[in-house]
Design a protein around this ligand. Structure first.
Ligand code: GSH
Length: 418
């Protein structure tokens, strides 16, 4: 049986392995509908690969290979007469050098820029620019090298080209925009030569578009609602549209290909409570005087449920902004449940003495089908909120109004999942 590759089709690390297999003539079992939203990081998987990351290649004898670079080399070596890895040891070392450049100088720093844009890492403009400048300086060298040669090493496509191209694709999909690409025409030509190779059509045909404009930086944290004048129910300014955020996981492009799968939550009996309308009311009205009265009038407790959500490891929290970014990361990873979920979660307290808590309003009566799309959902505890209970109700209202106080700790910052 052919080796089985597991990983997301739009992921550059998976693309590099599939491209090598296609060019080397090696058959792989591969399911291109696999997503990070599936329950992949389970006990069985961690037994096979305790590092817990993807992609992995499972061989017929049960051996599990990890690290996309090592897997790509293994697959290339399997190919009959593959020239993807030169036999000359000097050229082989040159190819390997480009593999390292691809990972260390483009893919990994590029992933940090992407992570800053989608809230996985704290956003800092100066740090981001420094990383972008460094990547540009490497791309400029590649562009010079490619001025007079079609491929990076020798006269044929090698792992060097495949690794450099797939690491570039990762940033071309996310933030390396048209004006940056225009500076390096020879590099863009190499990307086109590789991605348009007819043998590689199954690998790149469903790939996302290259980004045209550098995405806007993440919106600053929402102002503390408690500080707003409460009497006026003045409409809030509508939020500027944000760059679409990744489904999940490290270094995923900002605009991944998202295969649509039917969710059993869609089969629940229809509800008169319109979650999208609630999200609009919450955004546009003062919480206590406008949004909450609307909510109490319309809420359907048979079609939806309300949950208190608590981070389990509050003693590990340090700076408030980092904890708030962590909430942002959790919310990013809940993206696949956006239709079924609203959330208001905050950091209460101060640096090194804080907790993360809040509320979720979700479709159905069970929290798990909605939150398990986020691989870290088990880092949080969920407890049903009963609005008939005065204490629960006051917690619910405080979390929505961002003026909640728990154990003397005041709401410091927060995020909404809308
Ligand atoms: N160096 C590894 C990195 C693998 C990696 O970080 N994979 C990400 C997806 S791009 C992942 O599985 N992240 C989940 C996790 O780290 O828990 C490789 O090239 O295979």
């Amino acid at each position: 049986m052919a080796p089985t590759l597991t990983g997301v089709a739009s992921n550059a690390r998976v693309q590099r392995i599939r491209a090598v297999a296609a060019l080397a003539g090696v058959e792989l079992n591969y399911d291109d509908s696999f997503t990070f939203a599936s329950d992949w990081k389970n006990e069985e998987f961690l037994k096979k690969n305790p590092f817990g990351f993807l992609p992995v290649l499972e061989l017929e004898d049960g051996t599990v290979l990890r690290e996309s670079g090592a897997i790509a080399e293994y697959v290339a070596e399997l190919g009959p007469n593959s020239t993807l890895i030169p036999s000359d040891i000097k050229e082989k070392a040159q190819v390997h050098a480009y593999q390292c450049t691809a990972d260390q100088e483009i893919h990994i720093p590029g992933g940090i820029v992407t992570g800053q844009m989608n809230g996985r890492y704290p956003y800092n403009k100066a740090v981001q620019q420094t990383i972008i400048d460094k990547i540009n300086s490497r791309v400029a060298v590649l562009d010079q090298i490619l001025l007079n040669s079609t491929f990076l090493v020798g006269e044929r496509i090698t792992l060097a080209d495949i690794f450099i191209v797939t690491s570039l694709l990762n940033i071309f999909y996310s933030w390396y925009d048209a004006s940056l690409r225009a500076k390096y025409p020879n590099v863009v030509r190499l990307v086109e030569t590789v991605t348009k190779n007819p043998k590689l059509a199954p690998v790149f045909s469903k790939a996302p578009q290259f980004v045209e404009k550098f995405p806007s930086p993440p919106a600053p944290a929402k102002e503390k609602k408690a500080e707003k004048p409460k009497a006026e129910a003045a409409p809030k300014a509508p939020k500027a549209p944000k760059a679409k955020e990744p489904e999940d996981e490290e270094e995923e492009p900002l605009v991944p290909a998202e295969p649509k799968v039917k969710n059993p939550l869609d089969d629940l009996p229809k509800s008169a409570f319109n979650l999208e309308e609630w999200k609009r009311q919450y955004s546009n009205l003062d919480t206590r005087t406008g949004a909450l009265p609307w909510f109490y009038e319309k809420f359907d407790k048979d079609g939806f449920s309300i949950w208190k959500v608590d981070f389990k490891y509050n003693d590990e929290l340090t700076a408030v902004f980092m904890s708030n970014n962590q909430i942002g990361g959790f919310f990013n990873r809940l993206e696949a449940s956006r239709k079924y979920l609203f959330g208001s979660v905050g950091v209460l307290g101060k640096a090194n003495d804080s907790l993360i808590t809040g509320i979720l309003i979700l479709r159905g009566q069970d929290v798990k089908p909605v939150v398990e799309v986020a691989p870290d959902y088990e880092s949080y505890e969920y407890k049903r909120i009963d609005l008939e209970n005065a204490e629960d109700k006051s917690f619910f209202e405080g979390a929505l109004a961002w003026d909640l106080v728990v154990d003397g700790k005041e709401w410091a910052d927060g995020k909404n999942f809308k």
